[in-house]
Design a protein around this ligand. Structure first.
Ligand code: NAD
Ligand code: IPM
Ligand code: MN
Length: 395
């Protein structure tokens, strides 16, 4: 092995630890085939740890994650025993904010035609990597690049459902600013402030355009709700500025309500969607459902040049925990995004190809219509990644 990669693992709550434990050997096997040795450090953070110790994310742990690891791999956070979700906000949102992981990169690519709830859709394939993204992204700040999403199987004719959401990840309505009055009284009132600042908007817009340009994409769609929330007009003004630097990319605007409608009507027309934190959260679950559901949706929290945080889009699904029905593919695909960002693209491709093969074989959990368990899907994919594919589940 010529490279050692250290990854902090936060399994978290509910199905988080199960899907992460299933994904780890797959990521390790794929990386190993391409000369990289993964070193995993398991952290206990989650609801039980919080209830036992009162710790969400201490400064020491935060500094360790900031300074000492190459990536963070996270399952999910959220537990009915912590009804206000404060541990999840401190740990997950805390890491996104404090590490300034300003890009929440959420690909929505149809991997098998049967997975789309809309009729007659084609499977996706990202366009060429002929433009060297590593030359364009993260150059000033370090070696990291944004993941690309590639499938190497035959390219179908025509447009496919294959878009990426760039969700602003450090402000918007997520900062917890505002005030509450008369809680529990008939006139209870809460004021929730949304923060939209020029530097943060500009950098997420620029990240979206740079990725579009580097990955041969034609269109960037920015979404806000400026007709109802005038402060959102800053997004349009900055869109004009940033898009003028990318004349080869079509730039457009959609109010978020209309975008939600159009994503269902004509998902193939979208390449890159860039939007604020809250709208990105909502649209990414909609996007996930268009390509098979939360069991398949992966995300990367990134700041080019720094260690990223990789996680499924889904939550802790407490009702599924321990049933063996959780789909591990979202976590596995999040692992592929991690391998991409670590610069081991062939390993990432190998993982994605194995997931596509499992989908084609019907080696899937019940959310996708299969009968396999979390572990069986994981073993099937692990064998495929290791070069010993087998057709039957459990064989
Ligand atoms: P959820 O994503 O946990 O579940 C939504 C639905 O999708 C449920 O029906 C669930 O069974 C299904 N689902 C999710 N992941 C699946 C998988 N891998 N395989 C099969 N089915 C899957 O969202 P929720 O129910 O709104 O939230 C549950 C908890 O998770 C809450 O505490 C919430 O705050 C938290 N949450 C955490 C994250 C995160 O850590 N990134 C994300 C979303 C929600
Ligand atoms: C996500 C989740 C989180 C978010 C929650 C758990 C705070 O829904 O990662 O999509 O809203 O960002
Ligand atoms: Mn979400």
């Amino acid at each position: 092995m010529d490279r050692r990669i250290s990854v902090a693992v936060i399994g978290g709550d509910g199905i988080g630890p199960e899907v992460v434990a299933t994904a780890i050997p797959i990521i390790e096997a794929a990386a190993g085939r391409h000369g990289a040795a993964m070193v995993w450090e398991h952290l206990p953070h989650g609801a039980s740890h919080y209830l036992d110790t009162g710790e969400t994310l201490s400064d020491n742990v935060y500094e360790h994650l900031r300074d000492d690891v190459d990536a963070i791999f996270l399952g999910a956070l959220g537990d009915p025993r912590v009804p206000d979700n404060e541990h999840a906000r401190d740990i997950l949102l805390g890491l996104r904010f404090r590490l300034d992981l300003y890009i929440n990169f959420r690909p929505c690519t149809l991997l098998h035609p049967d997975l789309c709830p809309l009729k007659g859709r084609k499977v996706g394939r990202s366009e060429s990597r002929t433009v060297g993204q590593s030359d364009r992204l993260g150059k000033e700040e370090g070696p990291s690049v944004l993941p690309t999403v590639r499938l190497s199987d035959g390219e179908p004719e025509g447009r496919a459902i294959d878009f990426v959401i760039f969700r602003e990840n450090t402000e918007g309505s997520y900062l917890g600013r505002g005030s509450s009055a008369n809680v529990g009284e008939p006139d209870e009132e809460h004021i929730v402030e949304g923060v939209h600042s020029a530097p943060k908007i500009e950098r997420i817009l620029r990240a979206a355009f740079e990725w579009a340009a580097a990955n041969g994409k034609r269109r960037v769609t920015m979404s806000d709700k400026a007709n109802a929330i005038p402060a959102h007009r800053i997004w349009g003004r900055l869109l004009e500025k940033v898009s003028s630097e990318f004349p080869q990319i079509d730039s457009e605007h959609r109010y978020v309500d209309a975008l939600a409608m159009e994503l269902v009507r004509d998902p193939e027309r979208f390449d890159v969607i860039v939007t604020n934190n809250l709208f990105g959260d909502i649209l990414s679950d909609l996007g996930a459902e268009l390509v098979g559901g939360l069991g398949l949706a992966a995300s990367a929290n990134l700041h080019p040049g720094r260690a990223g945080l990789f996680e499924p889009v889904h939550g802790s699904a407490p009702g599924l925990a321990g049933t063996g029905e959780a789909n591990p593919m979202a976590a596995i695909l999040a692992g592929a995004l991690m391998l991409d960002q670590l610069g081991i693209e062939p390993a990432a491709d190998r993982v994605r190809e194995a997931v596509v093969a499992a989908l084609a074989e019907g080696a899937t959990t019940p959310d996708l219509g299969g009968t396999a368990t979390t572990e069986e899907v994981g073993s099937w994919i692990a064998r495929h990644v290791s070069g010993n594919p087998s057709r039957a589940i459990g064989a």
